[in-house]
Ligand binder design. Structure first.
Ligand SMILES: C[S@@+](CC[C@H](N)C(=O)[O-])C[C@H]1O[C@@H](n2cnc3c(N)ncnc32)[C@H](O)[C@@H]1O
Length: 453
């Protein structure tokens, strides 16, 4: 056990949140497009390593009642909180263990999905090696591990600023925030350090203690990550942010080429399109190096997806299938159902356009459809999990697994959404408790994000 790390996580609560890039409904798409016949997350065994207080894992468990969920973390207090939130949410098919990954010996069949978000770069080298070895040993044949890590390119300019802050602290500034404020006051606004200092100030002391000023922060370049995974017998399938590693405009012939390949050499592909990036982290989906790949071309696999609109607008000049995708927004519909609404469509042409849309972020794919009413219900009511998060002042997780934090006053109004008040009653309550809140559009926004679904 690494003492500084154990001490930090035992004595301070890591800010809890969900991470959409770890959502198996999304990482399954990476597996599918990479040629892996991965299990469906609705009937799977799903493990999160370094799960903290469970805000990432519990909403997934509530979404898939027929799957089994396990969360482990070194921090006893975080695991105790996770158990309480799971109980209050009615999630009984999830277990949490306070244990060091190196001592964890799971029972039962192997895992179909392993998630390790915000873990690799923050632990000592022997735990990093243990993570890769654990995934290789405990992944099912066609299982996937989603591992995020800090990216060297993005972190490089931050380290000199971190050094300066540490020096200012040594010279007597009490805390990181006042040291940052002091450094900002003597830094020229056109200095490259300036936006970094502002970014650190925006993160706040609570996150900085774990992040920029954590006991270990060891960013890697992508090739080191790929090589370390390969040495443990793991193969990258792609980035869980599907448009992340791709050049902005892939031309049609490159796309056609990709779509016609049956089992792309994903490691080579990932490295070949790896452009220098200002991003500070990446999240990569891996599988075993002996995983069974399917032999259908990627163009056919596109029709197994469900899709929704990303940055698409309601423009009548929009080509199909984008017009159709936008017309179903904010819901996410199966590709085949979408195709049924388009007369005389050419399947290969549609597959190409959707793939291009996925690559540029205008189409957001999932492994399953999500349909819900985007209008606020007459009696707005949060489910038990969201209500418990509201009670604790934690971020609320929307239907897309995005965390949403609120100003303190809004939590009063959220807690009143227990089904006892209708919209008019809530509007009245909101006016009394939180006069600055523009209630009606806020309620519509919550409904649009599926908070009442
Ligand atoms: C930076 S936090 C990330 C938490 C969460 N995964 C997230 O991304 O929001 C790292 C987590 O890993 C846990 N951790 C660190 N070393 C560990 C180990 N050896 N075994 C299990 N958990 C560990 C910490 O207690 C902490 O909750």
């Amino acid at each position: 056990m690494s003492d500084p790390i154990h001490k930090l996580y035992e004595t301070r609560a890591y800010p809890a949140m969900s991470h959409p890039l770890t959502d198996p409904a999304v990482t399954s798409v990476v597996a599918l497009l990479g040629g892996l016949a991965a299990p469906h997350p609705a009937t799977a065994r799903i493990l999160e390593i370094g799960c903290g207080s469970g805000l990432n894992l519990i909403p997934l468990a509530l979404r898939w009642p027929h799957s089994r969920f396990v969360g482990i973390d070194l921090s006893g207090p975080a695991i105790a909180t996770a158990r309480k939130i799971a109980k209050a949410s009615g999630a009984s098919h999830i277990e949490f263990h306070a244990v060091d990954l190196r001592d964890f010996a799971p029972s039962g069949p192997p895992f179909d999905f392993i998630i390790a978000h915000g873990f690799l770069s923050w632990v000592p080298d022997e735990v990093k090696a243990a993570l890769f070895a654990f995934c290789r040993r405990h992944l099912a044949d066609a299982g996937t591990a989603t591992i995020s890590f800090n990216l060297e390119d993005g972190w490089r300019p931050r380290f000199p600023v971190i050094e300066k802050i540490r020096a200012i602290q040594l010279a007597g500034a009490e805390d990181v925030m006042s040291a940052l404020t002091l450094l900002r006051s003597v830094t020229a606004p056109d200095s490259p350090d300036f936006p970094i200092i502002d970014d650190m100030l925006a993160k706040g002391a609570e996150i900085l203690a774990f992040d920029d000023f954590g006991p270990i922060n060891d960013p890697w370049p992508l090739d080191r990550f790929v090589q370390s995974a390969a040495a443990a017998g793991l193969l990258p399938l792609g980035d869980s942010h599907l448009c992340n590693p791709l050049p902005v405009h892939l031309n049609d012939s490159t796309l056609s080429d990709l779509l016609s390949r049956k089992t792309p050499d994903s490691a080579a592909w990932l490295l070949s399109v790896n452009a220098p990036s200002a991003s500070t982290f990446r999240s990569v989906v891996l599988c075993r190096n002996d995983a069974p790949f399917c032999d259908r071309p990627a163009s056919e696999r596109v029709f197994q997806l469900a899709v929704r609109a990303g940055g698409l607008s309601l423009d009548s000049g929009q080509k199909q299938p984008f017009q159709s995708i936008v017309s179903f927004a904010p819901c996410c519909l199966p590709m085949e159902a979408m195709m049924a609404t388009i007369p005389d469509c050419e399947r290969s042409e549609m597959a190409l356009r959707v793939y291009q849309g996925i690559c540029d972020g205008s189409v957001l794919p999932r492994i399953e459809a999500v349909q819900f009413d985007p209008e606020p219900p007459e009696r707005p009511m949060l489910n038990a999990f969201r209500w418990e998060c509201a009670r604790r002042g934690l971020p609320l997780v929307d239907i897309w697994h995005q965390p949403c934090s609120f100003p303190a006053g809004h939590y009063d109004v959220l807690r009143a959404m227990d089904g006892t008040r209708d919209q008019a009653g809530l509007a009245q309550f909101s006016k009394q408790r939180c006069p600055e809140l523009d209630f009606a559009p806020w309620l519509r926004h919550l409904a649009h994000r599926g908070m009442f679904a």
